[in-house]
Design a protein around this ligand. Structure first.
Ligand code: SF4
Ligand code: SF4
Length: 326
């Protein structure tokens, strides 16, 4: 099994169809005030196990997919679903990347968690001042040690605040020793204004279309535990926001694979992922969007989808310009 580093994950996510995010649950015991998906200790979770098994089978059977990220909510709060999914993906030869807060890291790592870690490639452990109210430095460090001890590459993911990088490096060095960089790395991230984060973080500056660039996430669809499939891993879209065109509902493995193929070929997604925003609004069907301002490229993407849903020949023109899907 490969140990995927951050650069490997980013490279795979940008290649259409090579990664999928499995959103395993809306439940999380941590309940951070800034949670971008609004996860809560009593949040919705898997109830239709037959559907969930179909979903997992559909992802496992998809030959293009090399790596599956598993997130939520807190994946380790969904023991049966997590074990089933990680075993199925590892058996199918796919790299598994886990996203978690490490809240589960007791002194002794429970056997079932060690089993999940041993079958996973990489663990992304999130921390910041919000997380630390429930998952303190000691517990976070134990999660680092348990995951590295089971063979995972560790990515400590932390909000880019004053002192954040030093904190993360210190914890990694305490848990793994002076040569921690052989097994771990630090990823500094910016705040997300989604979910409860909308109430916590200031509104971003609205930018002209010429400043928006392309979206790096259009090649990485998300499959929710309840059968909703989205064309990207934008948190607002995953939790029900945004245009209809970014979302499909499936009832089994075959429908899931059809949905993944449809998103792979989707002309709007392919365009948003490969053509700079100011190039898109120069096309006649989208020229009306040229003067708009948005906090990020997602705002423009939603407007492009809204225009396509009301008719017009934008998607047809994009298909002609972009050629056959990969
Ligand atoms: S940010 Fe992560 S740890 Fe915090 S409530 Fe959301 S899913 Fe849980
Ligand atoms: S730009 Fe569109 S496809 Fe990309 S993350 Fe935002 S909503 Fe998703």
């Amino acid at each position: 099994m490969r140990r995927l580093r951050l650069a490997d994950i980013e490279r795979l996510r940008r290649a259409r169809g090579r990664t999928v995010l499995l959103y395993l649950t809306d439940r999380c015991p941590v309940g951070c005030a800034h949670c971008s998906v609004g996860a809560l200790p009593a949040g919705p979770r898997i109830t239709d196990r037959a559907l969930f098994e179909e979903i997992v089978a559909g992802i496992a059977a998809e030959p293009r997919v090399e790596a599956v990220a598993v997130s939520g909510g807190e994946p380790f709060a969904e023991r049966r679903g997590l074990v089933l999914a990680v075993d199925a993906f590892a058996d199918a030869g796919k790299d598994v990347v886990l996203f978690t807060s490490g809240h589960w890291a007791a002194d002794r790592c429970p056997g079932w968690i060690t089993g999940v870690l041993e079958r996973s490639s990489t663990i992304v452990l999130s921390t910041d001042a919000f997380h630390r109210a429930a998952v303190g430095r000691t517990r976070f460090g134990r999660a680092v040690a348990h995951a590295a001890g089971a063979g995972c590459h560790v990515i400590a993911q932390i909000l880019d605040e004053p002192g954040a990088a030093t904190f993360a490096r210190d914890v990694l060095a305490e848990a793994l020793g002076g040569d921690w960089e052989r097994q771990a790395e630090v990823n500094l991230i910016t705040p997300l204004r989604a979910g409860r984060g909308r109430e916590v973080f200031p509104i971003a500056r609205h930018r002209a279309v010429s400043e928006l660039g392309t979206c790096p996430l259009t090649g990485s669809p998300t499959v929710r535990y309840d059968g909703v499939v989205t064309g990207c891993c934008n948190e607002s879209v995953i939790t029900g926001g945004g245009p209809r065109g970014l979302r499909r509902r499936v009832t089994g493995a075959a429908e899931l694979r059809d949905a993944l193929a449809a998103f792979r070929a989707d002309p709007l997604l392919r365009a948003v992922g490969s053509v700079p925003a100011d190039g898109l609004v120069r096309l006649p069907p989208f020229a009306g969007l040229a003067g708009e301002r948005h906090p990020d490229v997602c705002g423009l993407c939603w407007r492009l989808h809204e225009m396509a849903e009301t008719g017009g020949d934008g998607p047809r023109l994009l298909t002609a310009l972009l050629g056959d899907p990969p």
